[in-house]
Design a protein around this ligand. Sequence first.
Ligand code: NDP
Length: 322
Amino acid sequence: MKAILVHTPGGPEQLQLSEIPIPTPEPGQVLIKISYIGVNYIDTYFRTGLYKADPPIAIGMEASGTVEAVGAGVRNLAPGDPVAYCMARGSYAEYAAVPAWQTVKLPSGISLDTAAAALLQGMTAHYLTHSTFSIKAGTTALIHAAAGGTGLLLVQMAKLLGAHIIATCSTPQKAELARQAGADEVILYKDQDFAAEARRLTGGRGVDVVYDSVGAATFHKSLDSLRPRGMLVTFGNASGPVPPVEPLLLSQKGSLFLTRPTLAHYAATEEEFQWRAADVLNWIALGRLRVHIFKTYPLADAPQAHRDLESRATTGKLLLKP
Ligand code: NDP
C-alpha cells in the first residue's frame, strides 16, 4: 500500500510517498481501508522533529473509512462498518490497523469526509470546554486562531455552552468565519494588541479563560488578558513552543492558573474517548456543530497540504484522500 513516511525530520519535502505492506490487525485492533485522512498541526511537529519518534516516522493521527478486518477480541465493530478513528499514528496511508477503542462507528447522516474532518479537533474542543476549563453561561473566553480547524469547533462549542467569546485571527476573511461560528468580538492580532483589546472589551477585568494554540508568539499577552485567578490553557505550538516560565510570574499577574493539556490524557480510556466522540458526531448530525472543510488534497500532495497549513493560508480543516 501507499503511505507517507519521514526518514529525516525536516520540511514538507521530507513527507515521502512510500510502498509498505498492508498491516495485519493485532488483537483488539481493526484494519481500516481509509477514505479520508484528517491533517492536523501535530503532523507537522512529528515531521519537523519537535515531537520525537523513531524513523521511518509514520505521519497522521486521524482518518475515516471502512472496516476491512478485525483482530481477535473485537466485538463491537465488523467488516463493512463505516468508521473514524484518531490518536493512533500512521493515517497518511491507504490502510491503518488501529485500536478498536479509539475507533467509532459513524452514526447515520455523518459522511466519511465530515467524520475525518471533525473527530480529533472536535474531541479537542470538547475536552477543552468541558473538562480542562468547564465553560458555563456567561464565561468570557479568549480563543486564538479562531478560524483554524480546531478554532472554529472550539468557538462553536464554547458558544453552545453559553460563553461570551473574544476571538483572534489574522485576516478580515478569517474574522468573518469566526463571527459566523459564534464569536461575539474578533481581534485581528497581527494589527492590534490583543491583550489591551481583551481588557477593553471586558471593562478592564480580563477574561476568565484563554485558549491559546499559537504558543510562543502569544503566551505572555495571553497571561496579560486574564482576570485574577483566570486560566491560561496553552494547548499548541503553531508559532513555536513556549519557552520555560517562572511560577512566580503567575502570582505577579494575578494568581493565575496555567495548564498545557493534550488530547491523549483527556481521551485516555475507552469510556472517555467514546463519550467525547459520540457527542461530537451526534451534535454534527443534529446540526448543532458545523464542519468547515478547506480543501481535500491527494495523498501524494501531503507536502503541499503542510505548506498551506503552516503558511496560515487555510481555514477550517484540510483532508487528504488516498
Ligand atoms: P489550524 O487550522 O488552527 O492552523 C494553525 C493556525 O494557527 C493558522 O491558521 C494561524 O491562524 C495560526 N497561527 C498563528 N501563528 C502562526 C504561525 N506562526 N504559524 C502558523 N500558524 C499560526 O491548525 P489545527 O487546528 O490543526 O491546530 C491548531 C493548534 O491546536 C495547533 O497548535 C495544534 O498543535 C493544537 N492542537 C492541540 C491539541 C491538544 O490536545 N493539545 C489537539 C489538537 C490541536 P491565523 O492566521 O488566524 O493566525
